[in-house]
Design a protein around this ligand. Structure first.
Ligand code: SIN
Length: 507
């Protein structure tokens, strides 16, 4: 039976996603009337609220946007775009000050400046934090309050993106949204995807498990160019106590001296004082191998943090206590978990994609600032800084929007989703090879029979196929059958063609 579809015409940006990127865009789009669609009440459904580290920015006298850009480029393993990265790091201080002015209660040093933490692969402490490890929730709470007070923004807090509306010329002019059992077609002159990442495609993730690359999959189905989808970052210290999603033990713990050890207390990365602050992919592989081999992996904070744990890292402390662990007295069991998607919908710093009318920002976008491996805490900066720019750009869009939403994909059953997530973790995880990726693509082929063109399957296929095609190891993508980096760093640029085959051309 065909469900009836309600129609709504909106004359301004339609923003899909209520995390830091989406809300920053919404605030900046004023005075243009702006509609935000979130699948759950604001604060409840996005990764940004879960971020523990903070916002990376050059905030101290010994730091500079150039140094921050150089660290970002080094982490990104040859695939970081210089212009976008300069735009990002130069916006650092202004963005942190904007967030502070909105009410984000950043920790301060004795002189009243921003207190900063050291995280892995940064050459200097530059992560502005809130309440130790509470940055995401505190920053997002300030934005939610500002959005609720902004007369130009309306939020629908029970809407799930189902399809994009597209006209005969390929222009995006709205979206089909599900609100419970109702379907609503919303036309708008600009659609901004701020739908977050794809960690929920994996069985072991630190992201809200509902984030399964839906924006990415739907943009790809509409013909948007996709950049480097194979690059997924695995966080080395997800707390390994069988929870889904897995709670995070922030990298800042290692910045304060906590050490990674196996069950016998042997250092996983050697005994140099800064060994555990190597690039995140290196640390993730060491943790992954220790877990796989049965040695086990633990984060030992007893000596470095000890009795200060509850005040210094209240969110991690609460997660540990919830799992029956006291990190003051015992090492925390950890495992590597899908944490951040560097690849995504190709977009510039103003969120413009290859499709007219479609903008993308935050984790679902790939602007080139993360390359093959994101530098820790650059994502909140990108979400806020490029979110603001995207809001301004989307507010300039004119026209009535419109177009066809096409066929709605059947939902994946719970069994199919569980099979997909297991296969993604096993075969498109920390270590990959041709045999595993081929097996994964077979699983996706099989699941597509039940749910053809389901956005989560499209996103999973993009990751798997691009990982199979990239016969080298670089950043977050490690191929055990091709362990070296190729001499030349090349992007994967993919456009999904009819029949879901990939056309892939090196940039
Ligand atoms: C962390 O606090 O370890 C995560 C920070 C990030 O992923 O940027």
């Amino acid at each position: 039976m065909t469900k009836s579809v309600e129609r709504l015409r909106h004359d301004g940006p339609l923003i899909i996603g209520g995390g830091l990127a989406g809300l920053s865009a919404a605030l900046q789009a004023g005075p243009r009337s702006t509609l935000v669609i979130s699948p759950a009440p604001l604060l409840q459904a996005c990764s940004s609220a879960w971020a523990q580290g903070g916002v990376a920015a050059a905030l101290t006298s010994s730091d500079s946007p150039d140094l921050h850009a150089a660290d970002t480029a080094r982490a990104g393993a040859g695939l970081v775009e210089a212009e976008a990265t300069r735009a990002l790091t130069e916006a650092g201080r202004e963005t942190v000050e904007w967030l502070a002015a909105l009410g984000a209660p950043f920790d301060r040093d004795a002189a009243g400046g921003f207190a900063v933490n050291l995280e892995a692969a940064h050459s200097i402490a530059r992560v502005a934090r809130v309440g130790g490890d509470g940055a995401g929730r505190a920053i997002l709470s300030a934005l939610v309050a500002a959005v609720r007070a902004a007369p130009h923004v309306t939020a629908i807090e029970d809407g799930r993106l189902v399809r994009l509306m597209q006209d005969a010329h390929g222009r995006i002019g709205g979206a089909l949204i599900a609100r419970g059992r109702r379907l609503v077609e919303i036309t708008a002159p600009a659609v901004v995807l701020a739908t977050g990442g794809a960690g929920g495609l994996y069985a072991m993730t630190t992201n809200p498990s509902a984030l399964r690359g839906e924006g990415l999959g739907l943009a790809a189905l509409a013909g948007a160019e996709i950049l480097d989808p194979e690059f997924v970052q695995f966080h080395p210290t997800a707390i390994n106590v069988g929870l889904d999603p897995a709670p995070l033990a922030t990298e800042a713990l290692r910045g304060e001296g906590a050490r990674l050890v196996d069950a016998s207390g042997v250092f996983l990365l050697g005994d140099a004082a800064d060994a555990d602050l190597a690039a995140r992919d290196i640390v993730a592989r060491a943790v992954h191998r220790a877990v796989q081999s049965g040695r086990g992996a633990f984060l030992d904070a007893r000596q470095a943090i000890g009795a200060h744990f509850p005040e210094a890292f209240p969110a991690v402390f609460a997660a540990c206590l919830g799992a029956g662990l006291d990190p003051r007295e015992q090492p925390i069991p950890v495992a590597a978990a899908a944490h951040y998607h560097m690849g995504g919908i190709a977009a510039d710093a103003d969120g413009r994609t290859s499709l007219e009318g479609l903008f993308a920002v935050g984790e679902c976008a790939a602007t080139g600032v993360h390359g093959a491996n994101r530098l820790a805490s650059n994502s909140l900066l990108e979400a806020a800084a490029f979110g603001r720019r995207t809001g301004l750009a989307a507010a300039q869009a004119i026209g009535a929007g419109g177009g066809d939403a096409g066929l709605v994909a059947p939902a994946l059953s719970a069994e199919a989703l569980a099979a997909l997530r297991q296969a993604m973790t096993a075969d498109a995880g920390v270590e990959r090879d041709a045999g595993g990726l081929t097996r994964l693509i077979d699983v996706i082929d099989r699941l597509e029979i039940e749910a053809p063109r389901a956005p989560a399957l499209v996103a999973a296929r993009l990751i798997a196929q691009a990982a199979l095609d990239r016969r080298e190891s670089r950043g977050g993508h490690f191929r055990s059958d091709y362990p070296q980096a190729a001499p030349e760093a090349r992007h994967s640029r993919i456009t999904l063609a009819a029949g879901q085959t990939f056309r892939s051309a090196a940039a």
